[in-house]
Write a protein that binds this ligand. Structure first.
Ligand SMILES: N[C@@H](CCC(=O)N[C@@H](CS)C(=O)NCC(=O)O)C(=O)O
Length: 207
């Protein structure tokens, strides 16, 4: 049965698109143009009262019946558990994967998002804010670079939802002022993921 997928062409939306592609799940894309404030429409607020993409509605939810879910990290865990893919069952590996997923959800995403705002969109260029978020994003890249120096993927030797969550944000590295040549292990990982057919397809959603 098809999963209804509410999204827009942003990193948080693309994580879920990549996951749906990786898991070969059939899905129907519903565009929510956040540039036109469509996330505030009553019909979308019934799915996500937090008025943000991405969100899904799975007609075959847990226990049967329709199930709506929002917050990209929660959706990735849900789809991983639904399909038994991309989240290890071994307890140590599972918690390490969730740790790196949370690192993306609480660190890379919000900090890069703030950097994008103050570097690109804010009507006034505020040096304090640009430096604060630019510096924190660079620090987070350093953490990832050191981890990827010793491991193939973020959570170890297995491709996982932690990588899927992080990739679309790293794809915006120019927006937050990071040169991948400064973080060679992130660059290696980024190029490797970029060759996966599901990543290529997911990054093109919603088209
Ligand atoms: N923590 C949320 C963040 C979602 C989010 O910030 N979505 C953005 C697009 S990437 C959005 O819908 N923005 C519209 C708005 O803030 O009004 C998640 O990971 O799903």
């Amino acid at each position: 049965m098809t999963i209804d997928f509410y999204t827009w062409g942003t990193p948080n939306g693309r994580k879920v698109a990549i996951m749906l592609e990786e898991c070969d799940l059939p899905y129907a894309v519903h565009k929510v143009d956040i540039g036109k404030n469509e996330q505030f429409k009553p019909e979308f607020l019934r799915i996500n009262p937090n008025s943000k993409i991405p969100a899904i509605v799975d007609a075959e939810g847990p226990g049967g019946g329709s199930f709506a879910l929002w917050e990209s990290g929660a959706i990735l865990i849900y789809l991983a558990e639904k399909t038994g893919r991309l989240l290890p069952t071994d307890a140590r590996k599972r918690h390490t994967t969730i740790q790196w997923l949370m690192f993306q959800m609480a660190g890379v995403g919000p900090m890069a998002g703030q950097a994008h705002h103050f570097m690109r969109f804010a009507p006034e260029k505020l040096p304090y804010a640009i430096e604060r978020y630019g510096k924190e994003v660079k620090r987070l890249y350093g953490v990832m670079d050191r981890q990827l120096a010793g491991h193939e993927y973020l959570a170890g030797e297995t491709y996982s939802i932690a990588d899927i969550a992080t990739y679309p944000w790293i794809a915006r590295h120019e927006w937050h002022g990071v040169a991948l040549t400064d973080v060679p292990n992130v660059k290696r990982w980024f190029e490797m993921l970029g060759r996966r057919p599901a990543v290529v397809k997911g990054m093109a959603v919603p088209g």
